[in-house]
Design a protein around this ligand. Structure first.
Ligand code: GDP
Ligand code: IMO
Ligand code: MG
Length: 426
């Protein structure tokens, strides 16, 4: 399958990093197509933990080319830190990482705006990661952003920064009532980034085009999850990019008819970080138990993740929106001790039963889940690598999730490491 897109099917943190690391042994190129350092993809290789925010998880497999596409927003500070951390772990980045000159830069001012926006919203805040994602995409859309290629054109850069800072200062002065910025100082700081980023900037489209034409295996690594997609998620409680599989075409410049396969990653339960509707959320001790067993704390911000039951309505929606061909089900082992489990099969909304998410996404705020109960298997699936060795009750649970999701589950993950994985049919 030459071009594969891997997407999160819930609200992020489904274990995309682990699955990318697992399957990219067969890939030539791994490419990120959206998001920025709001992502935190944890990969454990031989007991060693790596957390990737911007660089594709494929970097951990020697020899794989890694691309950051035009749809990604790049915080240089975060990028350099990540490169240093990888080097400290004996991972070579130079010559393997290529960033699109069209990718936009996250500047310190964007991070300041992100936090100021959140503070000004009070009760209605989104609960962003504070990484400057929304303000950077907003400036890109307003056509006042700073794409990488401006860094090599002093005149253009100076003009763009002047315009950008003028607009921001107007907001700082009149809306946020905070200190104004000096455009010349910002210009000098941004200009200095050019030579540092230069070794990594290259023609990502040509690399991908040549790869596609040569039939190479390309894995497009999504960040966040379907329910955080700017258009198709739980707006306004979303991120500012196109997280769904279509985002790969936009953010990498790959034509839709070149995509061969979509793999959806989904947890055996649900989590969400930040604010926004979450119908199957458990605010009781069962939720706390899942949080503890699953170590559900954000890889980027350290915030506790809200936990709840598997939501079949969300799963079906994600299969549909992304065109999921196959599913990787993660974190089965986290449920090993549960006495009983629930799976949401539909919502009750104002007396009506709803089985599919409609365009009126606000129904999720009022949805009361309809559950099917399952007996827990109360046996160890952690580390199991052979499907036949799973307890019957666990198999029944997986079969039910598969039916609810309307796509085949081909991978079952039973632990953090590469080896703790079942590839069904193998
Ligand atoms: P991502 O953002 O989708 O890449 O997911 P994160 O890395 O933010 O969160 C998933 C967490 O679960 C990470 O700490 C993974 O190492 C871990 N993980 C992934 N798959 C499994 C699994 O099957 N079992 C357990 N116990 N942990 C897993
Ligand atoms: P990965 O790739 C989980 C959430 C934030 C917030 C909302 C908007 O690790 O799955 P933003 O900073 O993007 O403007 O915040 O999106 N969010 C994530 N939640 N996993 C992520 O990434 C996320 N990236 C952003 O918590 O609710
Ligand atoms: Mg994550």
């Amino acid at each position: 399958m030459p071009v594969t897109v891997l997407v999160g099917m819930q609200w992020g943190d489904e274990g995309k990093g682990k699955i990318v690391d697992l399957i990219c042994d067969k890939s030539d190129i791994v490419a990120r197509y959206q998001g920025g350092a709001n992502a935190g993809h944890t990969v454990v290789v031989n007991g060693k933990k790596f957390v990737l925010h911007l660089i594709p998880s494929g970097i951990l497999r020697p020899g794989k080319a890694c691309i950051i596409g035009s749809g990604v927003v790049v915080d240089p500070e975060s990028l350099f830190l990540e490169i240093e951390q990888l080097k400290a772990g004996n991972i070579e980045v130079g010559g393997r990482l290529v960033i699109s000159p069209r990718a936009h830069c996250i500047l310190p001012v964007h991070k300041v705006m992100d936090k100021a926006n959140e503070n000004s919203k009070g009760q209605t805040k989104i609960g962003t990661t504070g990484k400057g994602i929304g303000p950077t995409y907003a400036d890109k859309t307003k056509r006042i952003g700073i794409p990488m290629f401006y860094l090599y054109d002093e005149k253009k850069l100076k003009h763009a920064i002047g315009q950008l800072i003028d607009m921001k200062n107007c907001l700082f002065e009149n809306y946020y009532h905070s200190e104004k910025l000096n455009a010349q100082k910002v210009f000098e700081e941004v200009l200095a980034l050019g030579p540092k980023l230069a070794p990594y900037i290259g023609d990502t489209r040509q690399l991908l085009r040549d790869g596609v034409n040569a039939g190479k295996n390309i894995l497009c690594e999504g960040a966040q999850g379907t329910m955080l997609d700017l258009d198709h998620g739980t707006y306004p409680y979303v991120t500012s990019s196109y997280t769904a599989s279509g985002g790969a075409c936009v953010g990498l410049g790959i034509a839709p008819n070149k995509i061969d396969k979509v793999i959806g990653v989904i947890k055996a339960y649900t989590t969400r970080v930040g604010e926004g509707p979450f119908p199957t959320e458990l605010k009781d001790e069962v939720g706390s138990q899942i949080q503890e067993e699953g170590n559900e704390f954000g890889a980027t911000t350290g915030r506790p993740r809200r936990c709840g039951w598997f939501d079949g309505v969300v799963a079906r929606y994600a299969t549909e929106i992304n065109g999921v061909n196959e599913i990787a089900l993660t974190k089965m082992d986290v449920l090993d001790k549960m006495k009983s489990l629930h799976v949401c099969i539909a919502y009750k909304v104002g007396g009506k039963t709803v089985e599919r998410i409609t365009d009126d996404v606000s129904i999720l705020e009022r949805a009361v889940p309809v559950y099917r109960e399952f007996e827990g298997w109360q046996a160890q699936t952690a580390g199991v690598t052979d499907y036949a060795k799973l307890p019957d009750k666990a198999k029944r649970y997986i079969d039910f999730l598969e039916k609810q999701s309307e796509a085949p589950i081909t991978i079952v993950s039973t632990g953090q490491g590469r080896e703790a994985t079942i590839v069904k049919g193998k």
